[in-house]
Design a protein around this ligand. Structure first.
Ligand code: HEC
Length: 125
């Protein structure tokens, strides 16, 4: 009896954690971004800006990167890339920021977006 209560309590902790993305899987999916973006120690701008600390970073905030006008306006309207905003953007970048020069169709699977965001989060500024 007592054991089943403990197991039930343990499962309550497991469930929310499972809803979080898997950073390891996200690292593998980041291959889709790596043609244009660098992340991690020493990351530099390429076709797209470096993405260290992007979760919580202001959109269009990297000095020396030539953002589109559309992304600069998006940055003026949104103080930070929250996880929710990133998830929306990554589903359909060219729809969410109309006129962006990020030529990427988007990630259709919610799970893949969550995994990539978990990976992005694991790379602080
Ligand atoms: C074909 C090249 C390309 C690919 C592939 C690409 N991006 Fe981008 N990304 C860009 C460019 C260019 C910009 C700048 C957009 C602008 O200024 O309109 C950008 C901007 C961004 C931004 C906003 C950065 C900021 O400083 O505000 C994020 C976040 C982002 N990309 C994430 C991703 C992720 C995650 C992936 C993979 C799922 C990805 N991108 C795939 C080219 C790309």
């Amino acid at each position: 009896m007592r054991r089943s209560v403990l197991i039930a309590a343990a499962m309550m902790f497991v469930v929310p954690a499972a809803a979080e993305g898997d950073a390891e899987k996200g690292k593998a999916s980041f291959a889709k971004c790596a043609a244009c973006h660098e992340i991690g120690p020493g990351a530099a701008n390429k076709i797209g800006p470096e993405l260290n600390g992007i979760v919580g970073r202001k959109p269009a905030a990297i000095d020396g990167f030539a953002y589109s006008k559309a992304m600069q306006e998006f940055g003026a309207a949104n103080p930070a890339w929250t996880e929710e905003l990133l998830a929306t953007y990554l589903e359909a970048p060219m729809k969410v920021v109309k006129g962006t020069k990020m030529a990427f169709a988007g990630l259709k699977k919610p799970e893949e977006r969550e995994n990539i965001i978990a990976y992005l989060k694991s790379n602080p500024q």
